[in-house]
Design a protein around this ligand. Structure first.
Ligand code: ADP
Length: 434
């Protein structure tokens, strides 16, 4: 109220002066002065109002853009500048918090979608865009079930029982397995959280397959041993020939189980990240001479086994692991090469890389099998593998050993012609013979 009377002070002053002029210089002069003064006041306010209107129309409301004012308008514009400054400060603060929130959500591995009470997309983060094939710009306001069409998801959404998550397999856009969890919040809004569990699923599937494979590998020899034991127990007077046959078969099967258990233990040792590589300078030549002798004895004269050592360079490696990898490849060459075939073992250095090569003129491998050969228990011909004492774990062991040495396995093969397995050691593992 005080302000109102204060603001009217100017009008009172004009009126008083006009009255004085009217008294001393005549009514007409007083009225002229009064009218001119009021006109000046109207022009003054209109000018400032126009400036204010102009300022309101611009988009960038900064304190410095506020027009200059005089009289009462000077005060009004100063107050406006202070208000704008405060607004800008709180806007900056909100922007900063929003940016922080965005960087937190962007760093989260989970996808987040905000849905309204009818399941329409209100917002989602980039991870959810990737998981669910959403394009936020285009799909905002659309039903989430247009993006995620699986029946199980539609049922999950409509059932409204969100205490348990839902696992969705084989999404439309990517072959992902997602763990979806809906959470109700606020005014009947929902938060949809998606987590990529594809790798957990794969590991779980591998674990299941592994247990099934090991059980299967052990069951067959165990069945044979149990069968013979039953025969021997049922007939203590069994003839000697039959008894020897039973003992031979039981010994073979027991050895097969022993090999399997040994290979499994080797694999688990290699997979254990705590089991660090014990490196030393390894001379390749003596190992290969030793393995060559072993190969000839394993072949029993059925093959020609050739050895070529073209380099005296050493390898920085675990001697025991190198020997095991080389031996696996050589024994495979012998086992998968029919009688009369040739096998070659070679060590050379080319393009600053150490190359250990085993080639054979054996059965060969169809190209579609090659990428899978290093998987545990993967066999091209299961019966041939078992007949020759294979466990199906040899190349898996080789792969693990090579990984520990940053080396690579390259396989070339042609069915009926033969195969070549080449281990390529990186330059950093090579020690030049001085
Ligand atoms: P296995 O104990 O069955 O030999 P590996 O892991 O050593 O297991 O080898 C996997 C499969 O790769 C074998 O079952 C075989 O089918 C194929 N394979 C490996 N080496 C050779 C080779 N030199 N020639 C032909 N096939 C091979």
């Amino acid at each position: 109220m005080f302000n109102f009377w204060q603001r009217l002070g100017g009008v009172f002053l004009i009126t008083s002066i006009a009255l004085m002029i009217g008294i001393f210089a005549g009514t007409l002069a007083g009225l002229v002065f009064f009218s001119l003064s009021l006109l000046w006041l109207v022009i003054h306010h209109t000018k400032h109002l126009a400036a204010l209107e102009q300022w309101l129309l611009i988009s960038d409301h900064t304190p410095s853009s506020i027009p200059p004012g005089s009289g009462i308008w000077d005060n009004i514009f100063a107050l406006l500048a202070r208000y704008v400054r405060m607004q800008n400060q709180s806007k900056q603060l909100i922007n900063l918090e929003l940016k922080q929130l965005q960087s937190v959500t962007a760093a989260m591995p989970d996808g987040i979608v905000i849905l309204d009470e009818r399941g329409h997309i209100e917002w989602c983060d980039p991870v959810a865009e990737k998981h669910l094939g959403i394009n936020l710009e285009l799909d905002v306001g659309h039903q989430i079930t247009n993006m995620v069409r699986q029946r199980s998801f539609v049922e999950y959404l409509t059932a409204g029982k969100f205490n348990k998550p839902l696992i969705l397999k084989q999404m439309r856009h990517h072959r992902l397995t997602l763990l979806m969890q809906l959470v109700s919040y606020g005014d009947r809004q929902k938060l949809l959280i998606s987590r990529d569990i594809t790798s957990y699923e794969r590991i779980e599937a591998m674990r299941r397959d592994f247990i099934a494979n090991v059980s299967h590998e052990l069951r067959t020899p165990l069945t044979v041993v149990i069968g013979y034991l039953e025969v021997l127990t049922a007939d203590p007077d069994i003839d000697e020939g039959m008894r020897d046959q039973a003992l031979k078969a039981m010994t073979e099967q027991t050895m097969r189980m022993q090999h399997l258990v040994e290979d499994l233990l080797t694999l688990s040792r290699l997979e254990n990240t705590l089991n660090k590589l014990s490196e030393s300078r390894v001379n390749i030549a003596p190992i290969l001479h030793e393995l060559h002798r072993e190969a000839e004895s394993l072949s029993g004269g059925r093959h020609t086994v050739e050895l070529n050592i073209d380099s005296e360079d050493q390898i920085l490696a675990s001697r025991e692991e190198l020997r095991s990898a080389f031996s696996n490849l050589i024994s495979n060459a012998i086992r998968y090469t029919p009688e009369g075939g040739e096998i070659g073992i070679r060590w050379k250095v080319r393009d600053k890389k150490g190359l250990f090569i085993v080639w054979d003129t054996g059965v060969g491998i169809e190209s579609e099998h090659i990428p899978r050969l290093t998987e545990r228990f993967y066999r091209v011909d299961s019966s041939r593998s078992r007949e020759t004492g294979g466990t199906g774990l040899g190349l898996a062991i080789v792969k693990h050993i090579l990984n520990r040495h940053q080396a690579r396995l390259k396989i070339k093969s042609a069915v009926g012609k033969g195969s070549e397995f080449c281990i390529e050691f990186p330059e950093k593992r090579l020690i030049k013979k001085s």
